[in-house]
Ligand binder design. Structure first.
Ligand code: DTR
Ligand code: ZN
Ligand code: ZN
Ligand code: CA
Length: 454
C-alpha cells in the first residue's frame, strides 16, 4: 500500500499538527508504507544548501526587561485615566508602545481594527520574517485591562513576556523552520472580542497554516500557581518538561476552557496551549505546600481591581513563565518537537481468523522524554464482525495497553477509532506495536493503518 502524506487525504474534525512534509517512504520490506513526516513544506524544494536550523538553546528572558515593559504600561495607565481598557486612550497608547518596540526590532506589524460596544478596538499582529509560511507558530496575549485598573498582571504580564520573547527572537536573529507570529488582543475583557474577530476574519486556508497557538493570560500572579493548559498534548508536554527541568510541579489548567484568547483558535481546530498563574480562585493547602505562597488566599487578590498595579506581580513566577514562553517558541519553532506530531504506518497486516495475534510496528524517533499522558492512538482495521477482535497498544518496553476488548454481539464492520492512552510512564522513542487478535471463527480482515499522535 503506497505511503500517504499525512494530512492530505484526511480531514480530521480536530486538526492536529500533522507535518506536511516530503514523505520518506522506507524501502520495501517489513516497514514498507511507514510514513515518517520530516520537517519542511510538502512539495517545497529545500535547496541543497539550505541548512536546517538546529534546535538552538533558548535564551534566558531578562526579568528586568519584562518589568520595564510593565512599568511603561503602568505609566500609560496612570497617564490615561488609570486604565488600559478597550475604547479608552490607555489601550491604544499601550498598543503603540508595543508596536514601536517591534517595528524597531524588525518585525512586520499589522494593526487590525474592529468595533465593540460602540468603540474602536485594535489587535496588533507581528510577523517575524522567514520560516515556512505554511507552518505558523503563534504566541499571543490580550493587551487590554478592565476599566477599574492598570491591569498589570491581567494582562500586562502576558503581554510584556510575549513582547520580550519576540525581542529575544530579534536579538538572536533566529531563523526557525516555522514562521513565528505574535499577537496582542484587544477587548478580551469584553468576551474575547479581539481574538474572535481575528479568527473569524482569517480565511480558512490561513487558519490551517497555524500549527499551534500559545496563550498567556495572567502569568505573574502575586500568590502564584503554575498551571499548564491541557489542550494539545505536545504543547502541554513542552511546557511541563520545562517546569520539570526547574523542579517546579505544575497542574493542568482545567477551568480555563473558553476563558481566554486560545478559545477562538481551539474552536476552529488549531492546536492550543498556554500558561496561567491563577486569578480569583483560592490557593489550597496542598498547592501552598508544593508552590509556597498563602493557602486560602486568592492567587491574585487584585484580579480586576484597581490594585492590579506593578506591585501586584510575583517576580519569580513572571521570570519562570517568560523563560517558559521562550523555551516553547524555540522548541516548537525550530526543533523536531511539534504539536500533534504524527507517526503513522499504512502497511497492511492480515489478521488470521480465530488465530494467533499479529502486530504492526511503528518506529517513533526524535522525541524527548516520555510519551504524553494523553497519547492518541488512531486505529483503522478493516474487518467484518468486529466483535471478534481484541486490540492492544504495546509500548517499546513490551507493556500492553488494552484498547478494545472482544464483544461477541458487536456484528458491525471495521474498527476505525481513536483511543487515548496514559503512556506517561513509557519512553517515547522506540518501536511501538499495535497487537490484534481475532478470537472467533468466521469473518476476517486486516490492519489497514494506525498512527500515534504525540
Ligand atoms: N478570563 C481571564 C482570566 C482567567 C480566568 N480563568 C482563566 C483561565 C485561563 C486563562 C485565563 C483565565 C481574564 O480575566 O482576562
Ligand atoms: Zn481579566
Ligand atoms: Zn486576562
Ligand atoms: Ca473471525
Amino acid at each position: 500500500m503506497s505511503a500517504r502524506i499525512p494530512g492530505t487525504d484526511r480531514g480530521p474534525a480536530r486538526r492536529s499538527w500533522i507535518r506536511r512534509a516530503a514523505t520518506v517512504t522506507v524501502a520495501a520490506g517489513a516497514l514498507a508504507g511507514l510514513v515518517v513526516s520530516a520537517p519542511g513544506a510538502a512539495g517545497a524544494a529545500q535547496p541543497a544548501s539550505a541548512a536546517r536550523p538546529s534546535a538552538l538553546a533558548p535564551p534566558d528572558i531578562p526579568l528586568a526587561n519584562v518589568k520595564a515593559h510593565l512599568s511603561q504600561l503602568q505609566s500609560i495607565a496612570t497617564a490615561n485615566g488609570g486604565n488600559r481598557a478597550h475604547g479608552r486612550t490607555g489601550y491604544k497608547a499601550s498598543l503603540d508602545y508595543v508596536k514601536g518596540k517591534l517595528d524597531a526590532a524588525g518585525f512586520t506589524t499589522t494593526v487590525q481594527q474592529f468595533t465593540s460596544g460602540g468603540s474602536t478596538g485594535y489587535n496588533l499582529i507581528a510577523d517575524w520574517p522567514g520560516g515556512d509560511p505554511d507552518q505558523v507558530l503563534f504566541a499571543g496575549s490580550h493587551l487590554d485591562s478592565v476599566s477599574s485598573g492598570a491591569g498589570i498582571n491581567d494582562n500586562g504580564s502576558g503581554s510584556a513576556a510575549v513582547l520580550e520573547t519576540a525581542l529575544a527572537v530579534s536579538r538572536a536573529n533566529l531563523q526557525p523552520a516555522k514562521h513565528l507570529r505574535f499577537g496582542w488582543w484587544g477587548a478580551e475583557e469584553l468576551g474575547l472580542v479581539g481574538s474572535r474577530y481575528y479568527v473569524n476574519n482569517l480565511p480558512s486556508a490561513e487558519r490551517s497554516k497555524i500549527a499551534g497557538y500559545l496563550n498567556f493570560d495572567m502569568i505573574g500572579s502575586p500568590n502564584p500557581g503554575y498551571f499548564v493548559y491541557d489542550d494539545d498534548p505536545t504543547i502541554e508536554t513542552t511546557f511541563k518538561d520545562y517546569f520539570a527541568g526547574l523542579g517546579v510541579p505544575t497542574e493542568i489548567e482545567t477551568e480555563g476552557d473558553g476563558r481566554s484568547d486560545h478559545a477562538p483558535f481551539k474552536n476552529v481546530g488549531v492546536p492550543v496551549g498556554g500558561l496561567f498563574t491563577g486569578a480569583d480562585y483560592r490557593k489550597t493547602a496542598a498547592q501552598a505546600q508544593k508552590w509556597g505562597g498563602t493557602a486560602g488566599q486568592a492567587f491574585d487578590r487584585c484580579y480586576h481591581s484597581s490594585c492590579d498595579t506593578t506591585t501586584n506581580i510575583n517576580d519569580t513566577a513572571l521570570d519562570r513563565n517568560a523563560d517558559a514562553i521562550a523555551h516553547a517558541v524555540w522548541t516548537l519553532g525550530t526543533g523536531t518537537t511539534q504539536p500533534g506530531t504524527v507517526f503513522e504506518t499504512t502497511a497492511d497486516v492480515s489478521i488470521p481468523d480465530n488465530g494467533a495475534a499479529v502486530t504492526s510496528a511503528l518506529e517513533v524517533t526524535g522525541r524527548t522524554g516520555n510519551a504524553p499522558s494523553a497519547l492518541k492512538v488512531g486505529v483503522d482495521i478493516k474487518h467484518s464482525w468486529r466483535g471478534d477482535l481484541v486490540v492492544d497498544l504495546v509500548a517499546p518496553d513490551g507493556t500492553a495497553y488494552r484498547l478494545k476488548n472482544s464483544s461477541g454481539s458487536d456484528s458491525a464492520d471495521n474498527v476505525i477509532a481513536t483511543y487515548t492512552v496514559n503512556a506517561s510512564s513509557e519512553a517515547a522513542n522506540g518501536t511501538w506495536k499495535l497487537k490484534v487478535q481475532d478470537i472467533a471463527a468466521q469473518d476476517t480482515g486486516y490492519i489497514d493503518s494506525w498512527k500515534l499522535t504525540f
